[in-house]
Design a binder for this molecule. Structure first.
Ligand code: NAD
Length: 282
């Protein structure tokens, strides 16, 4: 599995497995299958309420800890210096781990400056090998970077052919922040899997549209964490390292960009209020 080096020298696999919306009672089995087909990066969150099941699958796998890369995220209700520290400890306990590879601020809402101060300390102590953010638009990202000591290693944002984030990626590259894509397959929305251009490129390589999209993101230098609960799709999504898109093919995908989210606008006051006030059992 190829890796990308983050701004603090830590290496992250370029492709991982996301567990959003996988019910806790199914997660252990699904993650066990994902590990069996070769995923080594697992992306969860306190808000997914399935960290314990992820932890059980990891423990059962017998895979050495240093071969795994585990990401989890801090929810809004736990922002703030002290609460973030406590939330981190709860996540670690649920996962059954003694350190995290990557700890992210899930949303740019609430007292995330306080949270970042706690996370900087966790990073300095080695409890979180890397720290980062998620869903940060460029203005909030730059402000956080400019007024803190540690620059986020990763900003995990919705990125797929319909929302390509090219200018944001340039800015992040200049600031030393790795773009991580969530929703790399756009949740299959807007007829992604039947799109004519994507299908033509897929046919030319004897690959699926999902594989083409993941390959396109990886060739742009983006870390991807597709999700599937079906073992054959898990295997399909990880099998993207034996072909390469040409420059012409990359250019054919560029015009699919709509420049806006297929899921959530993190700047829309209604979304901000809905997300910011959503409580989970964290
Ligand atoms: P995704 O784009 O990975 O789409 C997943 C869906 O696509 C699946 O449910 C399945 O229906 C379909 N699919 C997957 N592989 C396929 C294949 N090979 N062929 C056909 N259909 C296929 O969406 P996602 O799960 O939302 O995103 C991936 C991960 O990103 C999540 O699991 C989570 O870990 C993370 N995420 C983070 C945030 C955040 O706010 N940071 C938000 C959403 C998701």
């Amino acid at each position: 599995m190829p890796k990308v080096t983050l701004n603090n020298g830590i290496q992250i696999p370029v492709l991982g497995f996301g567990v959003y919306t996988i019910a806790p009672e199914h997660t252990e089995q699904v993650v066990t299958e994902a590990l069996a087909v070769g995923y080594r990066l697992i992306d969860t969150a306190a808000a997914y309420e399935n960290e314990e099941a992820v932890g059980r699958a990891i423990a059962k796998s017998g895979i050495p800890r240093d071969e795994l890369f585990v990401t989890t995220k801090l929810w809004v209700q736990d922002a703030g210096d002290d609460s973030a520290k406590r939330a981190f400890e709860r996540s670690l306990r649920r996962l059954g781990l003694d350190y995290l590879d990557l700890y992210l601020i899930h949303q740019p809402f609430g007292d995330y400056y306080g949270a970042w101060r706690a996370m900087q300390n966790l990073n300095r102590q080695g409890a979180a090998r890397a720290i980062g953010v998620s869903n940060f638009y460029p203005d909030r990202l730059v402000d956080l970077i400019d007024h803190n000591e540690i620059t986020p290693a990763v900003n995990q944002i919705e990125t797929h052919p319909y929302f390509q984030r090219g200018a944001e990626q340039d800015l992040m590259r200049n600031r030393g922040v790795q773009l991580g894509s969530w929703g790399p397959l756009a949740h299959g929305r807007d007829d992604l899997f039947t799109h004519r251009i994507l299908n033509e490129i897929a046919t030319a390589h004897g690959k699926s549209v999902a594989q083409v999209v993941l390959r396109w993101l990886i060739q742009r230098g983006i870390v991807v964490i597709p999700k599937s609960v079906r073992p054959e799709r898990m295997a399909e999504n990880v099998d993207v390292f034996d072909f390469r898109l040409t420059e012409d093919e990359m250019n054919r995908i560029a015009p699919l960009d709509t420049g806006s989210s297929s899921v959530f606008d993190h700047r829309d006051p209604q979304s901000v209020s809905w997300l910011g006030n959503h409580r989970f059992n964290t």
